[in-house]
Design a binder for this molecule. Structure first.
Ligand code: TRP
Length: 478
């Protein structure tokens, strides 16, 4: 039975809203606020945004439904492998299709390892801005700009100071992983759902407030032009490839989360409309994040193509020149922290559900096992910014020859594992799974069902197959 809030091994969501909050919480994360604006900035803005939205609508949204549906149809298994294998068996196919679920579990595990390190950087700025707010409040001037009295070089240098301190990076990474673990150990109803139903509304309030602030204090019109005027000359084939990859990452596709969360959804909930809402909310947040960040970047005359340093170096500099910048800076980094936490929770939950069923563990030990192993790999990622900064784990592979440890794991999961799992499950759902079972579970009917199934059976395999090919062998694009 679902509901009741009991913390059983397999407890579920108490309502559709709870599921929506948790799934949107999984989708909305560093991908929306850190990766999306970075990619849009580097790829010329509007054209990239347009391609991204098309990728979400035609491939991402149908794939969200595919994964959630496989999870709920999975005969009461909570884990991605068992769910897919079960649907295959009931469709008269081999249980080996579950291998694509296993790729998802492994991808989630590796994403968790580096995600927690980057979330640790966010925590660093939460603490720095918290200290800054405390000092301006004590000085009786709460509406002061951020980091008064510090030079621009000192503010951008905060990132370098963090990167050159392995101890500090690892401490923040441990803190973030410990909080994630604590919530997952409390269970689906008692931990994950509660965290999402508190953190997501707080996230949305902060997002809207900072966007309004940026609209008044920043260069809003310039940001709108940048994000929504397509300049197709900036759009390289590689950017199209990045856009589809980003759609997968941002929607949490290919990484066990949606299958696992889908398995906790009560039978009465119609999945088609729910999946559409998840994809729409995630994309809306990415666009709003752009409208929150770029007005501030442009007002301070900073470079929109600054890359990964955009939110950690450019924005604090911008907050230095703006009224109320200290408070807004703290609100901004808190917002990213909330988004990252609801995502890391679901990154841990997928592999945890798998460990529970594969190794017959209870939730607590399973979650601890996964978190400790991912934590250890995260330590290597953190050291890749200092003591191991020369290490290039994938030096033999031209795409990744200059990539450090963290970016290598990000690259292999994002460019290889997520699309591969997506490709396998699209082919499975479109061609091999029992059509009536899929139709009944989808909650779609008539033309909508035919359209969705067509996108999953034809467009997704072709498009995702192409991302895989060109992502791994960019030389093919000439
Ligand atoms: N979607 C998350 C983000 O945008 C990242 C992510 C990828 C993720 N795969 C996931 C989160 C699986 C939770 C579960 O930041």
């Amino acid at each position: 039975m679902v509901g009741s809030g009991a913390v059983a091994a397999n407890d579920g969501w108490s309502s559709r809203t709870a599921f929506l909050m948790a799934a949107i919480g999984a989708a909305v994360g560093l991908g929306n606020i850190w990766r999306f604006p970075t990619l849009a900035g580097e790829n010329g803005g509007g054209a990239f945004v347009l391609v991204y939205v098309v990728c979400v609508a035609l491939i991402g949204m149908p794939m969200v439904l595919t994964e959630v549906l496989l999870g709920r149809a999975g005969g009461g298994h909570a884990d991605a492998v068992g769910s897919v294998a079960d649907v295959a068996e009931r469709s008269g196919r081999s249980r080996k299709w579950g291998a694509f679920g296993l790729i998802e579990v492994i991808a989630a595990f590796f994403i968790l390892s580096f995600y927690s390190v980057v979330a640790g950087w966010v925590l660093n700025y939460v603490f720095l801005s918290g200290g800054d707010v405390l000092s301006v409040v004590l000085a009786g001037n709460p509406l002061s700009p951020a980091f008064v009295g510090q030079s621009q070089a000192e503010v951008t240098g905060m990132m370098g100071t963090l990167f050159s301190s392995p101890g500090r990076m690892i401490a923040l990474h441990s803190l973030f992983m410990a909080v994630t673990l604590g919530i997952v150990m409390l269970g689906v109803g008692g931990g994950i759902e509660k965290a999402a139903t508190w953190l997501m509304p707080a996230f949305f309030v902060l997002l809207v407030l900072i966007t309004i602030y940026g609209a008044f204090a920043g260069s809003f019109a310039e940001a709108v032009v940048f994000l929504f005027t397509p300049n197709f000359s900036a759009l390289t084939p590689l950017a199209v490839n990045e856009a589809l990859g980003q759609a997968f990452f941002s929607l949490s596709l290919g990484s066990a989360a949606l299958i696992t969360y889908g398995s906790y959804v009560p039978a009465r909930v119609s999945l088609g409309s729910t999946a559409a809402m998840i994809a729409a909310a995630d994309t809306g947040v990415a666009l709003l994040a752009g409208l929150m960040i770029f007005p501030i970047v442009f007002a301070a005359g900073l470079d929109p193509a600054a890359g990964p340093a955009l939110i950690f170096q450019s924005l604090p500099v911008a907050f230095q020149g703006m009224p109320g910048g200290a408070l807004v800076g703290l609100a901004f980094f808190l917002l990213i922290f909330f988004a990252a936490l609801t995502s890391s929770i679901s990154l841990l939950e997928g592999p945890t559900a798998f460990a529970m069923s594969a190794f017959k563990l209870r939730r607590g030990p399973a979650a601890i096992l996964v978190a400790v192993l991912a934590f250890a790999i995260g330590i290597a990622c953190a050291l890749g910014y200092n003591v191991w900064s020369d290490v290039r784990p994938l030096a033999f592979w031209s795409v990744f020859e200059n990539t450090n440890i963290l970016d290598s794991i990000d690259g292999v999961t994002g460019k290889l594992m997520l699309p591969l799992a997506g490709l396998g499950l699209a082919v499975f759902t479109g061609w091999r799974a029992d059509r009536r079972l899929v139709e009944a579970e989808s909650g779609l009917s008539g033309a909508t069902f035919v359209l969705w199934r067509g996108l999953v059976a034809w467009l997704a395999p072709v498009a995702v197959g192409l991302i895989l090919l060109f992502g791994l062998f960019p030389g093919l694009l000439g």
